[in-house]
Design a protein around this ligand. Structure first.
Ligand code: S3P
Length: 179
């Protein structure tokens, strides 16, 4: 089975697509460990993502993000929720494709806007954006990133299902691919 052979699952998708929530449920279902890349970065740097962006800038964050992603290379039986930008910098997508099973949680722009409206102040790339600016940012950034996201082994629709059934469907899709 693909997920047993590679025994690592990377969840990929835009900010607000539910990677961490789904990742925890999926890990429980598969009896894997769960790691959230953003949280791992924060503990490595002993600083919040917002502080890293503010004090050291995005380029520094992207280098640290890539280094932290590579720290999982020798780990097994793990579900990793990546950051929305992770696949799009420093050849991270190719690394993840070779290291495990990549699952893109696809969400339409409208659903992302709904979810991110409340969460925007806490996210450095969204902070201070009004409704129109947020809508434009989501549209432009998703357009630029989706080609990379779509290289994932599996693409799932993140809106039409509840989280528990989504995790269940993901599990059977991974088994289908493996046979
Ligand atoms: C980012 C997404 C965030 C975090 C950082 C940058 C992005 O992660 O890594 O703020 O570039 O889309 P989430 O997708 O977990 O919010």
């Amino acid at each position: 089975m693909i997920y047993e052979k590679k025994n690592k699952i990377y969840l990929i998708g835009f900010m607000g697509s539910g990677k961490s929530t789904l990742g925890k449920k999926l890990a429980r279902l598969l009896h894997y460990d769960f790691s959230d890349l953003d949280q791992y970065i924060e503990s490595t740097a002993a600083a919040s993502i917002s502080n890293i962006f503010d004090l050291q800038g995005e380029d520094y964050f992207r280098k640290l993000e890539s280094k932290c992603l590579n720290d999982f290379n020798n780990e097994a039986y793990k579900v990793i929720a990546t950051g929305g930008g992770t696949p799009c910098f420093h050849d991270n997508m190719n690394l993840m494709l070779s290291q495990g099973c990549c699952v893109y949680i696809r969400m339409p722009e409208g659903a992302l806007l709904e979810r991110l409206r409340k969460a925007a102040p806490k996210r450095p790339l969204l902070a201070g954006k009004d409704e129109n600016a947020l809508r434009t940012y989501i549209h432009d950034t998703l357009k630029a990133r989706e080609e990379t996201y779509l290289k994932s082994h599996i693409v799932i629709d993140g809106v039409s299902l509840s989280m528990p059934s989504l995790a269940q469907i993901l599990k059977s899709k991974m088994m289908e691919r493996a046979h």
